[in-house]
Design a binder for this molecule. Structure first.
Ligand SMILES: Cc1ncc(COP(=O)(O)O)c(C=O)c1O
Length: 389
């Protein structure tokens, strides 16, 4: 970030005040904008003027949200989307041609995996995968037609960590576009551009909203690449709604304080689970026992709010644990004020086969906890009583 600190930019980056001199940004719930005359309209469409035309292209609330994200990520430019998945899809669709190739970590969000394996091949775009513990294989997967190196860190749902500096170096050496899904870390905990990423993607639905209200996505990074993504999106229509942009921009004002507390609670939950006799293993980036702990502390400010663990007793034990939960929610989202417990094998990742599961670090008994902002003692008490059922 150029001059001011993160929290200040998150609060003080604001679109121009209207004639009413409001303190907090108003909501511009309008599909289109008007022109002074024919010449103004012509010049606007010719992009000789930077101004709003139609909310599928740009809108003041969306611009404010994107401007904040760019400052937080150290990005030149960005574009916001209706969902995280439309951000992921539009990035691939805008930047790749038929015959192009992606090298991706195997551990990616379920829908991203489905996009890579089922849909992109329809347009002759193929993907080779590396496991998170096999980063030394990445260079051998690169082909003459490889354009994008893609990864998440921490990964969903197994909370593995990839070394962003290493990925940045590989991408630079082979002239690839490095795209990092930074959803679990948020721009507060990790800035992939610092390590060489060209583009950073967020599902803003998660910690950026932070209260389980709206869907949203954003891509930020290199100006020329964002221009391609903008041209694709302006014509295909995955735009974020102004209302959701307004909500998300307000949410960013409190991102730092919320995420600090989420991380504090998550570390306590992870430490509790690590000492529970009914748990086989726990993965949390800032636990010393995490296999990539050293990388995590190098590239993240704190460990995030997601904890993964495996209950002793496999699928049946996992199911009875979920059934015994009283306070936490069984829900598909994450990054909410409310703690959420999920079982990826039977939900978000259920479309995968057994071999794919294991390659992604998912086991039948893996439980993912998105630790919320309730009093941590209440969260731990709920997990404790459910673990002894
Ligand atoms: C890492 C990651 N990327 C992308 C997405 C997709 O985001 P959305 O649900 O906003 O489309 C998710 C959703 O869970 C996610 O966890």
């Amino acid at each position: 970030m150029d001059d001011k600190n993160f929290e200040t930019e998150a609060i003080r980056t604001q679109i121009e005040r209207s004639q009413f001199l409001e303190h907090s940004s108003p909501l511009y719930l309008t599909s289109s904008f008007v022109f002074e005359d024919a010449e103004d309209m012509r010049a606007s469409f010719a992009e000789e003027k930077e101004r709003n035309i139609y909310s599928r292209f740009t809108n003041p609330n969306i611009s404010e949200f994107v401007a904040k994200i760019c400052k937080m990520e150290g990005a030149e430019d960005g574009y916001a989307f209706a969902t995280g998945m439309s951000a992921v899809f539009s990035t691939f669709a805008a930047l790749l041609n038929s015959g192009d190739h992606i090298v991706s970590a195997r551990s990616v969000f379920g829908s991203t995996h489905t996009l890579l394996t089922k849909f992109l091949p329809k347009w002759n775009i193929t993907t080779s995968y590396f496991k998170v513990n096999e980063v030394d294989r990445i260079e051998s997967l690169i082909q003459a037609n490889t354009k994008i190196l893609y990864a998440e860190s921490p990964t969903n749902p197994a909370v593995d960590i990839l070394d962003l500096e290493l990925l940045g170096n590989i991408a630079k050496k082979h002239n690839l576009i490095l795209v990092i899904d930074n959803c679990f870390a948020t721009p507060y905990l990790q800035n992939p551009i610092k390590f060489g990423a060209d583009l950073v993607i967020h599902s803003a639905t998660k910690l950026i909203d932070g209260q389980g209200r709206v869907l949203g996505g954003v891509v930020a990074g290199n100006k020329e690449l964002i221009r391609e993504i903008y041209l694709f999106s302006r014509n295909t229509g995955p735009a974020l709604s102004p209302f959701n942009a307004w909500v998300l921009s307000k949410s960013l004002e409190t991102l730092a304080v919320r995420v600090d507390k989420h991380c504090e609670n998550a570390l306590k939950v992870a430490e509790f689970l690590e000492n529970n006799k009914n748990v086989n293993w726990v993965k949390y980036p800032f636990l010393r026992s995490h296999p990539q702990y050293k990388v995590a502390i190098k590239q993240m400010k704190l460990g995030g709010n997601v904890v993964a663990f495996e209950i002793k007793g496999g699928v049946e034990a996992g199911k009875s644990f979920l059934n015994a939960i009283k306070l936490c929610s069984l829900s598909a989202n994450l990054g909410d004020t409310r703690t959420i417990v999920t079982h990826p094998a039977s939900t978000t990742h259920s479309k995968l086969n057994e071999a794919e599961f294991l390659e992604m670090g998912i086991t039948d008994g893996l439980v993912r906890i998105s630790v919320g902002l309730e009093n941590v003692n209440d969260i731990i008490n709920d997990l404790k009583q459910a673990l002894v059922e």
